[in-house]
Design a binder for this molecule. Structure first.
Ligand SMILES: O=c1ccn([C@@H]2O[C@H](COP(=O)(O)O)[C@@H](O)[C@H]2O)c(=O)[nH]1
Length: 245
């Protein structure tokens, strides 16, 4: 898979396995895209559907945002690792012990060290803005400080990277290390509706900020021609990458 395709992940927020498979048939005859499966599709289909897509050759990001006591999360990671998914999310707000136990479990139950499920910690949801952070969550720092605090905690606890907005990707890389993954939802091509997202950036801005992977849902899944929308974003990534050199 070329670098740009590896960077672009489609959030398959669809109601059933059948609809997801019909949607993916747009890609027939070309390389399989990276797919992100979240609550809606996972709760509709379950682990077997994930396992079958993995067997078909999809790279899979399972976005379950685990957040529970350390033992419960470690046991969930054990079950999920056996599906062979590539990426899995958990909430940094679960704390360092929860994240460390998750990492130990991912290592113990990986089918091989190359196939280990990579763990990504959610810093602050991209649907959160600074006023919410202060007024609703009781966090009295700036958004960037709050995100950096979670990212450093996740880095120390052994996750492979974080989920953040493209607005924070550069600062996270500087505060941790370049290989610590910055995976960015809240991506909106120019002119697209932000919907419920608050910290949005364009594909170009995310690449310029050093994002490793861009998660795009509705801008592709709700497009009149999803394959065309995918290719437009792919092209934007390729052009932005070209300007980095
Ligand atoms: O902070 C976060 C964490 C996860 N997401 C997920 O990414 C996609 C974004 O979908 P869009 O339609 O492109 O807004 C969605 O599945 C979220 O659950 C996020 O947006 N922000």
């Amino acid at each position: 898979m070329d670098q740009a395709r590896r960077q672009l992940m489609i959030a398959l927020d669809l109601p059933s396995g059948e609809e997801a498979e019909t949607f993916l048939s747009h890609w027939q005859g070309e390389e399989k895209p990276w797919i992100k499966v979240g609550y809606q599709l996972f709760y509709a289909t379950g682990p077997r559907w994930i396992y079958e897509r993995k067997q078909e050759g999809y790279s899979i990001f399972l976005d379950l945002k685990l957040h529970d006591i350390p033992n419960t999360v470690a046991k969930a990671v054990e079950s999920i690792s056996k599906l062979g998914v590539d990426f899995l999310t958990l909430h940094a707000m679960g704390g360092s012990e929860m994240m460390k136990r998750a990492r130990e479990s991912a290592e113990q139950f990986a089918s091989s060290s190359e196939c280990r499920t990579r763990l990504l910690a959610v810093t602050q949801l991209t649907s959160t803005h600074e006023k919410m952070l202060h007024d609703e969550l009781g966090i009295n720092s700036s958004m960037e400080q709050a995100v950096l605090r979670s990212a450093k905690l996740a880095h120390q606890a052994g996750t492979d990277g974080v989920i953040c907005s493209g607005q924070e990707a550069r600062a996270i890389k500087e505060a941790t290390e370049p290989s610590f993954l910055a995976v960015t939802p809240g991506i909106r091509p120019i002119g697209a509706s932000a919907n419920d997202q608050k910290r949005v950036v364009t594909p170009t801005a995310a690449i310029q900020a050093g994002a490793d992977h861009l998660v795009v849902g509705r801008a592709i899944t709700h497009a009149p021609d999803p394959l065309e929308a995918y290719h437009q974003i792919l092209q934007e990534i390729i052009e932005a990458r070209g300007k980095l050199r």
